[in-house]
Design a protein. Structure first.
Length: 260
């Protein structure tokens, strides 16, 4: 039986985001989007798939109580009971390690685990369906969503172009990333023997230790909130989603009235 759990990483304080905004009292993962904190949007989207047993939410220790209150205000008691709050570490991989360790108390242990950025709140239904397919496909020890690079890429050194890079095989990486839980936990244990190794995403750890990583189609709308202007982009996406839902409801109501 396949058992899947989820880790949402919100352990940072969002320095680049806060530098572009002067009105922030909380890290970006708590920024309100359509009246709901960014991380709650991500949590609810993942929960809507019905694929995950437990959600580990990793935040700066100083904001764990803020996260708890946000859960009380914005999610059902049933979902809140399935959430485990964990203090993050100094680096991303430290937060991932702590999130994975929090799952060690689960009985039974998960078969697979996803690691998702808490600041990627917009997960479309189509994208989630692709994620679900990859979650059930164990032909790879890890799966990651990617989107092809469409811009021209230049290699630059000392403010001068060195070369134009062939972009045909280049992809931008997103989350959620999917892993065999036991494999990823053992890799993190190996990392503890070499604290100087630092990776920008969890799939890179698999690559470093020779674990094949598969890819599935990402989504350009799966924006990671990094700078202030991206909040407006996300608001437009969510408003469009709301309008689409309303239109669908109106269509359904009209169809029902006609049938009656």
């Amino acid at each position: 039986m396949l058992i899947s759990d989820a880790v949402l990483l919100g352990g940072g304080v969002g320095k680049r985001f806060s530098e572009s905004r002067t009105d922030l009292a909380l890290p970006k993962q708590f920024e309100l989007l359509e009246g709901i904190p960014v991380f709650v949007h991500a949590l609810k989207s993942l929960e809507s798939t019905g694929q995950f047993r437990t959600f580990v939410l990793v935040f700066p220790e100083a904001f764990l109580e803020t996260a708890r209150k946000a859960l009380e205000a914005h999610v059902s008691p049933e979902l809140s009971k399935r959430c485990v709050l964990v203090a993050g570490g100094e680096q991303r991989q430290d937060s991932s390690r702590r999130g994975l360790r929090a799952l060690e108390t689960q009985d039974p242990l998960p078969t697979r685990v996803i690691i998702h950025d808490a600041c990627r709140p917009f997960l479309s239904r189509e994208f989630l369906e692709r994620m679900e397919d990859a979650l059930e496909d164990r032909s790879y020890g890890a799966w990651i969503p990617t989107v092809p690079v469409v811009e021209t890429i230049k290699s630059v050194r000392s403010k001068q172009v060195v070369e134009t890079v062939d972009r045909s095989s280049l992809h931008r990486v997103q989350t959620p990333q999917i892993f065999e839980y036991g494999v990823l936990r053992s890799l993190f244990e190996s990392l503890e023997n070499d604290p100087n190794l630092q990776f920008t995403d969890d799939a890179s750890i698999c690559e470093y230790y020779g674990i094949p990583v598969g890819v599935f189609g990402g989504d350009e709308r799966n924006i990671k909130l990094t700078y202030g202007f991206e909040m407006e982009m996300l608001r437009i996406l969510f408003q469009g989603q709301t309008n689409t839902s309303r239109e669908a409801a109106c269509d359904l109501e009209s169809a029902t009235t006609f049938t009656a």
